[in-house]
Design a protein around this ligand. Structure first.
Ligand SMILES: C[S@@+](CC[C@H](N)C(=O)[O-])C[C@H]1O[C@@H](n2cnc3c(N)ncnc32)[C@H](O)[C@@H]1O
Length: 210
């Protein structure tokens, strides 16, 4: 009997093994309610950071550090992850998770604050990769900042781009779904980006700045 899509999806989600330190951070994240990226999304972030040989990554939405740990694994060994979150309590756990995973302190810069207050201070053209996983309603503004702070050839990533499988269903018209549907449409049409929409986890939109 042919393997069905659901089985294939589970197989690919579980393809990459999660290190013990990441699995421990995931447990904490779930307890806190800081929804972590899936293992498949984590592996995708790690791969993209490696392809970009990323030395400077900007993450919007630290949570308890699960996505950050995956990114750090793929980045250049001297790369620095700058990560923003409005919840300092979540960042406290992320800091512990980075420490427990053996990440040297100089490789992470955790900034507590609301993304739209912090982002204007980020250097134009200073980043190889921007990962967006925070307030869905603000995602269009995060993307404007991403376009500004990414170097040419840099990668923007929007997590949850298929928003609980609702984006693909035109009958779903709640606010978050509409935002994500619009984001994926704009990324596909914007001249400045070369984009793809990956059906991994809850959907990952990837766009390379020309
Ligand atoms: C889905 S969680 C991020 C999970 C994280 N990327 C991971 O995989 O471990 C979303 C995070 O965005 C943060 N957040 C929500 N609105 C924000 C805002 N306006 N500015 C900064 N952070 C925000 C939340 O506090 C939460 O930690």
């Amino acid at each position: 009997m042919a393997t069905d899509k659901a089985q294939t999806w589970v197989y690919s989600e579980e393809y990459a093994a999660e290190r013990e330190a990441v699995a421990a951070a995931r447990e904490v994240a779930v307890e806190l309610g800081a929804e972590p990226v899936t293992t498949g999304v984590g592996a995708t972030l790690r791969m993209l950071a490696a392809v970009a040989d990323a030395r400077a990554v900007l993450e919007i939405g630290t949570g308890a550090g699960v996505s950050g740990l995956w990114l750090l694994e793929g980045m250049s060994p001297d790369g620095v992850l700058t990560t923003i979150d409005s919840e300092s309590e979540f960042q406290k756990h992320a800091r512990s998770a980075f420490h427990a995973a053996g990440v040297p302190g100089h490789r992470t810069r955790l900034i507590a604050g609301r993304a739209l207050d912090v982002l204007p201070r980020m250097a134009a053209g200073g980043y190889d990769m921007v990962v967006i996983d925070a307030d869905v309603s603000e995602t269009p503004e995060y993307l404007d900042h991403a376009l500004r702070v990414l170097r040419p050839g840099g990668v923007a990533v929007v997590v949850h781009a298929l928003w609980h499988d609702r984006v693909a269903d035109p009958a779903q018209r709640d606010a978050d779904t509409v935002v994500m549907r619009e984001i994926t449409r704009v990324l596909g049409e914007t001249e400045e980006f070369v984009s793809a929409l990956l059906p991994v986890g809850d959907g990952v939109a990837v766009a390379v700045r020309r």
